[in-house]
Write a protein that binds this ligand. Structure first.
Ligand SMILES: Nc1ncnc2c1ncn2[C@@H]1O[C@H](COP(=O)(O)OP(=O)(O)O)[C@@H](O)[C@H]1O
Ligand SMILES: [Mg+2]
Length: 228
């Protein structure tokens, strides 16, 4: 796994309402070690998704550097896997084909990508649903499939933007525990975004508190795992 470094990141957006650029992210620096799980927590509008989208390469930074391992981020790449709150599974594809989609894009043949997809579906306890379509799954299972899809590409860094915010509390706990188990086995470098302090403390090695686009403080979480 690789480290993720954010160095003096700035992001301004043009706001047509006021006719000027407004600052969304201000001088954010963060060092996430290989295999480390870092949660960024903060209220709505504080810039969490802006940071994640810049790291994912979907959004250019106004200023500053993002480095994965020793490579500067110039755009989206396979070294980073992204899971959003509402992970858009392709509704016309089965779960196994959704999970294997990134592998297909890389030119991996069907039998091999089915084998890889199945391995990751088993890891998440979802192999029984391999041939189902997304609309035949519960919200929790869809979200689980979204996580599996990101994992199947074997990214160095996993980027998660409030991935469990739209499922019920019971399912959320199950998904958090599953993520901990999978992370325990695979040790991805994780940048996990949430507005839920409890979730951040349950999951992370370190919690970064974001306020109005800048880092307020960083809190190491030393509670031994499993937690809760
Ligand atoms: N495309 C955009 N254009 C203008 N302003 C934006 C855009 N995206 C986000 N913002 C603003 O940047 C700030 C941070 O947004 P965001 O990163 O989505 O926060 P969070 O994910 O923490 O809720 C907010 O004030 C938001 O209104
Ligand atoms: Mg957001």
């Amino acid at each position: 796994m690789k480290s993720l470094t954010l160095r003096n990141l700035h992001k301004t957006y043009f706001d047509p309402a006021v006719g000027t650029r407004v600052t969304a992210i201000q001088d954010v620096s963060l060092e996430i070690g290989p295999g480390e799980f870092v949660a960024v927590v903060g209220p709505a509008g504080c810039g969490k998704s802006t940071i994640l989208n810049m790291v994912a390469g979907f959004l250019p930074a106004t200023r500053g550097d993002i480095i994965v391992g020793d490579r500067p981020v110039k755009g989206p790449g396979r070294d980073r896997g992204v899971v959003f709150q509402n992970f858009a599974l392709l509704p016309w594809k089965t779960v196994i084909d959704n999970v294997g989609f990134g592998l297909k894009m890389r030119g991996i043949a069907k039998p091999e990508r089915d084998r890889i997809a199945m391995e990751f579906l088993e890891l998440a306890g979802l192999s029984h649903a391999a041939e189902r379509y997304p609309n035949e799954l519960s919200g929790g299972m869809q979200q689980r499939a979204g996580v599996v899809r990101a994992l199947a590409n074997e990214p160095d860094v996993l980027l998660m933007d409030e991935p469990f915010a739209s499922v019920d509390a019971q399912t959320r706990m199950t998904l958090q525990e599953e993520l901990m188990r999978i992370w325990g086995e695979r040790r991805h470098t994780v940048l996990f975004i949430t507005h839920d302090v409890g979730e951040a403390v349950f999951l992370a090695d370190r919690v970064v508190v974001l306020s109005k686009g800048h880092v307020l403080r960083e809190i190491p979480i030393t509670i031994p795992r499993p937690r809760g």
